[in-house]
Design a protein. Sequence first.
Length: 157
Amino acid sequence: MELQKYRLQSRLVYHFVWSPMRCKACLCGRAAERLAELLQQKADDLGIEIQEHRVLPDRVYLSVSAPPTLAPHRIACQLKAHTSRVMRAEFVEMTRIPTLWTRAYLVFGGDHLTPEDVLEVFEAIQPPRRRPGRPRKSDAPVPSYRSEFHDPVRGSR
């Protein structure tokens, strides 16, 4: 009996951060409010409790308390899939790209972390996004093929 009570009381705290596929800020105004509603709705369906959430214009931070039987990957995938499907149906401007969210997300475990710490780490590991449009000739590195060329018959050039 006590073991069952322990199972019901034990919860793990996860901190998630993910970003939309777009480079520009698209989670503003009504879209941000609707995203918060959808996250809460799906969290209730999954049986997890949202402790804190921040919908920033270019990323989402979420701190959840979940049972230990629910994997963090499942939580992230379920939340991202549900919100992407509904948001793309309601906001036409979000259908111009193949998917709303990138595949990547960051997850930390533990209740000792602050949102600022998690967002700082997420910002540090983000790869630089390329500028929109075609790359300019000055942007592309010019390969030096002559210096790397080796002809086994004639030797190095």
